[in-house]
Design a protein around this ligand. Structure first.
Ligand SMILES: Nc1nc2c(ncn2[C@@H]2O[C@H](COP(=O)(O)OP(=O)(O)OP(=O)(O)O)[C@@H](O)[C@H]2O)c(=O)[nH]1
Ligand SMILES: [Mg+2]
Ligand SMILES: [Zn+2]
Length: 307
C-alpha cells in the first residue's frame, strides 16, 4: 500500500494511506543514495508500507523517488544533512522584522536552496500588527523592493489577529502542498492554527529567546487543507547551511544573475573580480541589488563545509 508521511518523530512515522493514518516504522536499514541524512524519511515522502500481521502498525518497505526536497546542513551532526520536507509545490518562508528579526542573508540562503530545486517560494511577512517606526518600515520596503521584482511574492499578515487571513492566503495555498519554514518564533504554528483550528499546534512566546536552539515545534508535521492541498509545519531554523552548490553554479540560483550568465568573458566566471564580467557590470548599472550581491559573495566565500 502507498502512503504519504505526515509526521516523523525519528523512529516512528505517521503515514496517511487509503486505510487512514497508520503508525509505521522503518524496515531494517535504509540505503540512501549518496546523502548522509539525519532523517532517512522526511515529511512529504511517498512510501510503500505493509501492515504488520495482527497489528495496527505498519512497516515502511520503500521510499518512492522524491520529486524535490528542501535540505539543509545538520547543525547537530557534521557532514550530515537534514531534509526539511519533500514533494512540495511551494515553500512559504515566514519572516518577521523583530522578535526575531529575519536577516536578508538568511532569506537569500533559503531562496538559493529552493531555487536549486525549482521550488516556487513565497515570503510571508508576519506580525504586521507589531510594525512600528521608520526603521521597521524601511525593512519592509526593502523586502518588497528586493524580492518582488525577482518573482517572489511578498504577503503581509498578522497570523494572530488577522481577520482576513483565509481570504489572503487561500488563493496561494489551495490545492498545493506547501512547506512552512522560518526562524523559531516567527509564528509558523500560529499561522497554521489560525488557518486550521483543528491542527492545535503548540505555540510559545519567545521571551526566553536568548536560549539558543529552543523550538516550540520539534517535529515537522503535515496538515491537510479542506478540499485539496496541505501545509507542513516545521521546527524553526536558526541558520541555513546550503548543500552541494559549486562556486560556478551559485549564480544560477540568483534569478537576477541567471539572465546574464553566459555573457561573461570567462565561462567559469564567479563574478567576483574577473575582467569582462557582465554580472559586475549589471551590478554597477543597478540591475542587481547590492544586498543580494552581498549575499551572493557571503555564500560564495564561505568554506564549502559551512556553506
Ligand atoms: N503580535 C503577534 N504575535 C504573533 C503573531 N503570530 C505569532 N505570534 C506570537 O509569536 C510567538 C511565536 O509563535 P509560534 O507560532 O510558536 O512560532 P513558530 O514559528 O511556530 O516557532 P517554532 O515552533 O519554535 O519554530 C507566539 O507567542 C505567538 O503568539 C502575530 O501575527 N502578531
Ligand atoms: Mg512552531
Ligand atoms: Zn561574471
Amino acid at each position: 500500500m502507498k502512503g504519504r508521511v505526515i509526521k516523523s518523530t525519528g523512529s516512528w512515522y505517521l503515514v496517511h494511506t487509503e486505510q487512514g493514518i497508520l503508525s509505521a516504522r522503518l524496515k531494517g536499514k535504509f540505503k540512501q543514495d549518496e546523502l548522509k541524512l539525519t532523517n532517512p524519511i522526511a515529511v512529504g515522502d511517498w512510501v510503500i508500507l505493509e501492515k504488520e500481521v495482527g497489528q495496527e502498525s505498519a512497516v515502511i518497505e520503500e521510499i518512492l523517488q522524491r520529486d524535490n526536497y528542501v535540505i539543509r546542513k545538520s547543525t547537530r551532526k557534521q557532514h550530515f544533512s537534514h531534509i526539511i520536507a519533500s514533494n512540495i509545490d511551494q515553500a512559504i518562508l515566514v519572516i518577521t522584522m523583530k522578535k526575531p528579526r529575519t536577516s536578508l542573508g538568511f532569506i537569500d540562503r533559503f531562496l538559493v536552496a529552493t531555487e536549486s530545486y525549482g521550488i516556487p517560494t513565497l515570503l510571508l511577512v508576519n506580525k504586521m500588527d507589531q510594525l512600528e517606526g521608520e526603521e521597521e518600515q524601511d525593512w519592509l520596503q526593502d523586502i518588497h523592493e528586493i524580492y518582488e521584482p525577482l518573482g517572489y511574492p511578498v504577503l503581509e499578515v498578522s497570523a494572530l489577529v488577522d481577520k482576513n487571513l483565509d481570504t489572503k492566503l487561500f488563493p496561494h495555498i489551495q490545492g498545493k502542498s506547501s512547506l512552512i519554514s522560518g526562524h523559531s518564533g516567527v509564528g509558523k504554528s500560529t499561522l497554521l492554527n489560525s488557518l486550521l483550528p483543528n491542527a492545535r499546534q503548540d505555540t510559545k512566546e519567545i521571551s526566553g529567546y536568548s536560549a539558543k536552539g529552543v523550538h516550540t515545534t520539534t517535529f515537522a508535521e503535515l496538515f491537510f487543507l479542506p478540499g485539496a492541498g496541505d501545509l507542513i509545519d516545521t521546527p524553526g531554523i536558526k541558520e541555513f547551511g546550503i548543500l552541494d552548490v559549486e562556486d560556478e553554479e551559485l549564480s544560477h540560483f540568483f534569478p537576477e544573475m541567471r539572465q546574464f550568465l553566459g555573457q561573461c568573458k570567462y565561462n567559469n566566471c564567479t563574478h567576483v573580480n574577473e575582467p569582462g564580467c557582465t554580472v559586475l557590470q549589471k551590478l554597477e548599472e543597478g540591475y542587481i541589488h547590492p544586498y543580494r550581491y552581498q549575499s551572493y559573495l557571503n555564500i560564495l566565500h564561505q568554506e564549502d563545509s559551512y556553506r
